[in-house]
Write a protein that binds this ligand. Structure first.
Ligand SMILES: Cc1cc2nc3c(=O)[nH]c(=O)nc-3n(C[C@H](O)[C@H](O)[C@H](O)COP(=O)(O)O)c2cc1C
Length: 178
C-alpha cells in the first residue's frame, strides 16, 4: 500500500478481530516502524513489548474486559516510557512526543500491512489499568505503559470519523482561523 493511502486508510478500529495469528515478521515490521520514529535529541525514550503469548494475552484481556479488539486480538504492542521523565532527563523532556511519534508510525505500518488498530491511551489512566498492565509484563516501577495497540484484521468495516477539510485547519503563510 502506498504511504499516503495508508495514512488515509488508518482509523481507530474498536470492533472484534478475525481469528488469525499475526506473523512474527509483521509484528517486527510494525515495531521497526516505531523504532525509526524521530525522538527529542534522538534519546529514543520509548520501548516496546510485543505480546503474542496466549497466557499473557489472557491476563491483559482480564484488565480490559470491555475492549473488543483486546478481547479478540492475537497480538498487542505496549509502548513503555519513564514514569518520571523530568527526574531522568531534566527539562525539556519529550517522552510523550517520542511515544506519540512512534505510535503513529506503527499505526500507519499496521494499516499498510492490512490490519487495523486503535490508539489506547486515555482508557489506561483509570482504575490502575496502566499499573496492572505493567505488572503483567514485569515492568520496573520506574516505567509506565503509556499506549497500547491491539492488532488484527477487522470483522466489520468500522466507522471512520470525518476530518475537517484543509482550509478549516491549515493555511499558507498566515493563521486564518478563529
Ligand atoms: C492521545 C490519544 C489518546 C487516545 N486514547 C484512546 C482511548 O483510550 N480509547 C480509544 O478508543 N481511542 C483512543 N484514541 C483514539 C481517538 O479517539 C481517535 O484517534 C479519534 O477519535 C479519531 O478517530 P480516528 O483515529 O478513527 O481517525 C486516542 C487517540 C489519541 C491521539
Amino acid at each position: 500500500m502506498d504511504l499516503f493511502e495508508a495514512i488515509k486508510n488508518r482509523y481507530s478500529y474498536r470492533g472484534e478481530y478475525k481469528e488469525i495469528e499475526i506473523p512474527i515478521k509483521h509484528l517486527k515490521q510494525v515495531v521497526e516502524a516505531g523504532l525509526q520514529a524521530p525522538s527529542g535529541s534522538n534519546k529514543q525514550t520509548t520501548s516496546f513489548v510485543i505480546v503474542n503469548d496466549e497466557i499473557i494475552l489472557n491476563k491483559i484481556r482480564e484488565v480490559l474486559p470491555k475492549v473488543k479488539p483486546i478481547q479478540t486480538t492475537s497480538a498487542i504492542i505496549l509502548c513503555i516510557m519513564d514514569k518520571n521523565p523530568e527526574q531522568i532527563h531534566g527539562n525539556p523532556h519529550y517522552e510523550i512526543e517520542d511515544c506519540s511519534a512512534a505510535t503513529e508510525n506503527m499505526l500507519i505500518a499496521i494499516t499498510a500491512l492490512g490490519y487495523a488498530s486503535v490508539w489506547l491511551d486515555g482508557i489506561l489512566r483509570s482504575d490502575q489499568i496502566a499499573e496492572n498492565l505493567g505488572e503483567i509484563i514485569n515492568l520496573p516501577k520506574t516505567k509506565t505503559v503509556r499506549i497500547v495497540l491491539p492488532i488484527g484484521i477487522p470483522t466489520i468495516d468500522g466507522p471512520r470519523p470525518d476530518k475537517l477539510p484543509f482550509d478549516q485547519r491549515a493555511w499558507f503563510n498566515q493563521y486564518n482561523g478563529e
